[in-house]
Design a protein around this ligand. Structure first.
Ligand SMILES: [Zn+2]
Ligand SMILES: [Zn+2]
Length: 139
């Protein structure tokens, strides 16, 4: 059993694996209700151009929480909405997720390179020790 302190109210609760918030079931429930409220709020025409601060005030949630939902791609905004969050790599304003398109592309390239380097050698640790032995013999 994994017992943790709720990040929100501090109560102990049984942690269920896979939960992305360190929250007790009560607080998760409250947060989900809040999320539904925010989602309905931004879907209304008159709130389409609301700033993230305004949403936070009107829905009584923190800007941080709103940004987290945007990062998780649970909240999305139209292209002409003023709302955006900074790319975690370069700081460019993006509409959802963590990174802008160009950073995503760059990461994919780097990941590909890394994969290709590792692919021919599945056990790098063993090879290293063998190489060490060979050098010892050479000496
Ligand atoms: Zn709680
Ligand atoms: Zn970026």
């Amino acid at each position: 059993m994994d017992v943790r302190n709720c990040r929100q109210c501090g109560r102990l609760y049984n942690y269920i694996g896979g939960s992305m918030y360190n929250l007790c079931p009560d607080c998760i429930d409250k947060l989900e209700k809040k999320f539904t409220f925010v989602k309905e709020y931004i879907e209304q025409d008159e709130n389409k151009n609301a700033s993230i601060k305004q949403i936070a005030e009107d829905c009584d949630v923190t800007v941080k929480q709103l940004q987290q939902w945007i990062r998780e791609e649970r909240l999305t905004f139209s292209e002409d909405s003023p709302i955006g969050i900074p790319c975690e790599m370069c700081g460019k304003t993006i509409k959802s997720g963590k990174f802008c398109e160009s950073c995503k592309q760059q990461m994919a390239t780097n990941l590909g390179k890394m994969y290709r380097n590792e692919a021919p050698d599945p056990k790098p640790v063993r090879r290293k020790s063998e190489r060490g032995k060979m050098r010892f013999l050479d000496d």
